[in-house]
Structure formats: structure tokens, C-alpha cells
Design a protein around this ligand. Structure first.
Ligand SMILES: Nc1nc2c(ncn2[C@@H]2O[C@H](COP(=O)(O)OP(=O)(O)OP(=O)(O)O)[C@@H](O)[C@H]2O)c(=O)[nH]1
Ligand SMILES: [Mg+2]
Length: 436
């Protein structure tokens, strides 16, 4: 049975200047021809009038591009219709395509799934693509585009090295009556296995770095009530996110705001002001503030009267807030950072300080290759554990060592999705939405 041809809106939903509807599958060219009259040459855009085949009425004027399989993203025949980003136009085209034989709307992630099935992307690349589509800051895009590409290449390299080690180990089995040859081979193989294992363990350790890049650099804004914490969070986010008021104890819940600070993902956490209180809800808010501080990478301690900061596991920047209320004399004499959200004084310095800290926390990974997902980390560690087991096999049992190396190869094959991936595919592709 021929497989379905799928279609979906692959750009964001309208209204917009342009919307891209993508078709993939054996009926893509025929269906698009019915809409467009004729198709442009492969990989060249052509201007076409799209007409409803039912009554030849004009739907839209569009730029059309065709990508014949197997040299396309999905490996199948692909057509892209670059139409005006009008909800009416998009709906009309979807209705017309839905009526055509062999065509149906794509499921979430189905284009990418077909690319994976056709061997255009391995599983690491699929995950990287998902991360790129979800990236909100340059650092996060970099994680997807550069670091995971390195992992994709490293995985191929690891597998190649393992197969060589396997071949050498098996050669040792064949030569097992020639003791000299075997001993020489063994010590070389052991050194190589140990080096590969160390490399893979180091790679797995980069996962914590990826997590930080994904969740952002966490900054808890702490201090006594009325210090101006919520006002600062609103000012830095340039949005009215948290309620501010002259009543001490306004903020109760911890509120998280995601910022893009010059390409760096930073999460600001507004918290309840710290004080002794009998109000049970405020007490809960203060407990939440302490939790936020404990999970933060940096604490901004705000106080309008230089109250000393509490003890935190994260580094603390102490800031004198509401500096516009200070006398001229005390402002001149004040040694540390002072800010005012009313006049904007000191805010650029503060942003600079946060950026510097975020940059050194997010960009200090020594390795180009980063293991970005728990699934990837598990597979890399499984492979390293198998290599460890291969190393501790008794010398007299090279068959056992070969079996452990084969186990390591299988773990790397799971990493890239060559084997055993059925049960994890759903989890991975469910992160994608329709049209991707
Ligand atoms: N003069 C002056 N007033 C400020 C400044 N920042 C905030 N305020 C005022 O200080 C009061 C308290 O501000 P908030 O931002 O609600 O303070 P908070 O630290 O979040 O307070 P809690 O949520 O109660 O812990 C409000 O009336 C603000 O308008 C500032 O830079 N200068
Ligand atoms: Mg507040």
C-alpha cells in the first residue's frame, strides 16, 4: 500500500506576511499540480496562482518550491507552498488538500519522523532539532546547533573505535595459542578501552551544563519587604509581571520570569520579603523564597537601608535599593552598588553584573560536545559501563571481553537510534508539534 502523503502548516499560524504549507509523500507533486496548474523546476521558486480544483476559483498567489526525494528533508517528494499568511487562505488550502486522495493532515513531528526513518537524521540530530525549535536565546540555539552536532559526530567516532577494539579482541581469540601476540594486543586494547571510557564519562558529565543552558541562569531577588524587589523584576523584564505596592508583604508566591539578556537565558525569581510575621500565608511565601534562593545560581540581595544579606549557598550581590531616596551625601559616600527603579540609576551596572555571572556560568564548558538529554546521558554511561566491564574481564576470557564491547556498541547505537528505539520514539516526537 502506498504511504500517505502528509501536509501541514509548517510556519507559525497566521495572520502573518507569509505562511508555509508543506506536503511530503508520493502524491505531493500530483496534488500540488492540481492546485498550481504546473510546478516550477526542482529547488527553484516559482510564482503560481493557486486555484480550488472544484470551481477553479482563485485561492491565492504563492511562491512554490518542489524538492524531489530522496534529496529532500524527509527523503520523499516535498512541496512547499509559500502563501500569504491569511487564516482564510490557509484554511481554504487545507480543506482542498484534505479532499485529495492519499492526502491527510500530518501528525505532530511527522515530517521529522519521516526524515529519521529515511536516515536523514539520527536520533541525536532529531533531539537537537527539537531543541533548536524550542530555543529562545542564542545560548540555547548554540546548544542545539553546535554542541549536539559534535555529539552526533563523536557517537560515530566512538562506534568506529569500538568496532576496531572488537575486531582486535576477536583477533586475540583467534591467535590464542600464540601467547606473545595476544599479550601485546591485550595491553594495547586495554589502554584504548580505558581512554575511550574516560572520554565517554567526561562527555556524560557535560549533561549538567546542558541542563543549565536549557533552564537558564537562575537569579533569586531577595530582601526585606518593600525593598523594591518586584519593581526591579518588572523593570528588568520590561513588563508588569508582579504586583508592587507600598504595603510590606505584597509578594507571597515566588514568580519566575524568563529573560534574554544579550543572548543568555536568565530566569529572575521575585520572592516574598523576608521578615518575622504571624501571617501564615506570608510565612509560606517566605519559605518559598528560601527554596528559590537555594536553587538559584545567584542571589540579588536588595535592601533600602543596607541590611546585611542572609547566608546563601549561591553567590550574593548586595544592592542598595531605592537609591533616589538617599541623601546626596550618603549616595556619594555609598561604596557598593546602588540602584533606583524610579530614576534608572545603577540598573545598567546591575544588568552588566548579572550578564557577566551568567556568561561565565553558561559558557564555561570546556568541551565542544555536550550531552544534552537524560536519554543521551544514559546511553553514553551504559556504553562506558560496558567498557569498564570489558576492562575487568579476566585475561583468559577474551570472549567475555568481546561480549562487553558489543554491549558498548549497542549502547552507542541506541544513542543515535540505530537500534531499540521504538519505545523512545514516541517520547521524543511528542515534543514536536504539527508541521515540524
Ligand atoms: N522611591 C522609590 N520607590 C521605589 C523604588 N522601587 C520600588 N519603590 C516603591 O517601593 C514600594 C515597594 O515596592 P515593591 O516592588 O512592591 O517591593 P517588594 O520588595 O517587592 O515588597 P514585598 O513584595 O512586600 O516584599 C512601592 O511603593 C514601590 O513603588 C525605587 O527605586 N525608588
Ligand atoms: Mg514584591
Amino acid at each position: 500500500m502506498p504511504r500517505d502523503t502528509i501536509f501541514a502548516l509548517s510556519s507559525g499560524s497566521g495572520p502573518a506576511g507569509v505562511a508555509i504549507i508543506r506536503l511530503s509523500g508520493p502524491a505531493a507533486f500530483d496534488s500540488a499540480t492540481k492546485l498550481c496548474g504546473g510546478l516550477p523546476r526542482p529547488r527553484q521558486m516559482g510564482l503560481r496562482r493557486l486555484r480550488d480544483p472544484a470551481d477553479a476559483s482563485l485561492i491565492d498567489e504563492a511562491l512554490v518550491a518542489v524538492f524531489p526525494g530522496p534529496g529532500s528533508f524527509t527523503g520523499e517528494d516535498v512541496v512547499e507552498l509559500h502563501v500569504h499568511g491569511s487564516v482564510a487562505v490557509i484554511r481554504h488550502i487545507a480543506a482542498v488538500l484534505g479532499e485529495m486522495p492519499g492526502l491527510r493532515g500530518a501528525d505532530p513531528g511527522e515530517f521529522t519522523y519521516r526524515a529519521f526513518e529515511a536516515g536523514k537524521l539520527d536520533l541525536v540530530e532529531v533531539e537537537a532539532l527539537g531543541d533548536l525549535l524550542a530555543a529562545e536565546t542564542r545560548v540555547q540555539a548554540r546548544l542545539a546547533q553546535i554542541h549536539q552536532q559534535h555529539l552526533h559526530r563523536a557517537a560515530e567516532d566512538w562506534r568506529r573505535q569500538m568496532l576496531e577494539l572488537l575486531a582486535l579482541t576477536e583477533a586475540g581469540i583467534d591467535f590464542s595459542d600464540e601467547a606473545d601476540v595476544v599479550t601485546q594486543l591485550d595491553s594495547q586494547v586495554e589502554r584504548d578501552i580505558a581512554a575511550l571510557m574516560a572520554q565517554m564519562r567526561a562527555a556524560a558529565a557535560t549533561f549538567s551544563h546542558a541542563e543549565r543552558m536549557r533552564r537558564g541562569f537562575r537569579v533569586a531577588v531577595m530582601g526585606p519587604p518593600n525593598a523594591g524587589k518586584s519593581t526591579l523584576v518588572n523593570t528588568l523584564a520590561a513588563r508588569d509581571i508582579a504586583i508592587t505596592s507600598p504595603i510590606p508583604g505584597t509578594t507571597r508566591d515566588s514568580i519566575e520570569v524568563h529573560l534574554d539578556l544579550g543572548g543568555l537565558p536568565v530566569t529572575l525569581i521575585d520572592t516574598a520579603g523576608l521578615r518575622e510575621t504571624l501571617d501564615s500565608i506570608e510565612q509560606m511565601g517566605i519559605a518559598r523564597a528560601e527554596v528559590a534562593a537555594a536553587s538559584a545560581d545567584l542571589v540579588l540581595w536588595l535592601s533600602p537601608d543596607d541590611m546585611p544579606a542572609g547566608d546563601y549557598s549561591a553567590p550574593v550581590i548586595s544592592i542598595r535599593s531605592r537609591s533616589d531616596e538617599m541623601s546626596h551625601q550618603s549616595r556619594v559616600e555609598h561604596a557598593g552598588l546602588a540602584i533606583s527603579c524610579h530614576t534608572g540609576a545603577g540598573l545598567q551596572d546591575l544588568i552588566g553584573l548579572i550578564r557577566k555571572r551568567a556568561e561565565s556560568a553558561l559558557m564555561n564548558c570546556q568541551s565542544d560536545m555536550i550531552v544534552a538529554h537524560e536519554r543521551q546521558r544514559r546511553a553514553v554511561l551504559d556504553a562506558a559501563d560496558a567498557l569498564d566491564a570489558a576492562l575487568s574481564c579476566p585475561e583468559a576470557m577474551p570472549e567475555l571481553r568481546a561480549e562487553e564491547i558489543r554491549r558498548a556498541v549497542r549502547a552507542v547505537e541506541r544513542l543515535v537510534g540505530r537500534i531499540d528505539c521504538e519505545e523512545i520514539l514516541d517520547a521524543i516526537f511528542s515534543r514536536f508539534c504539527i508541521g515540524k
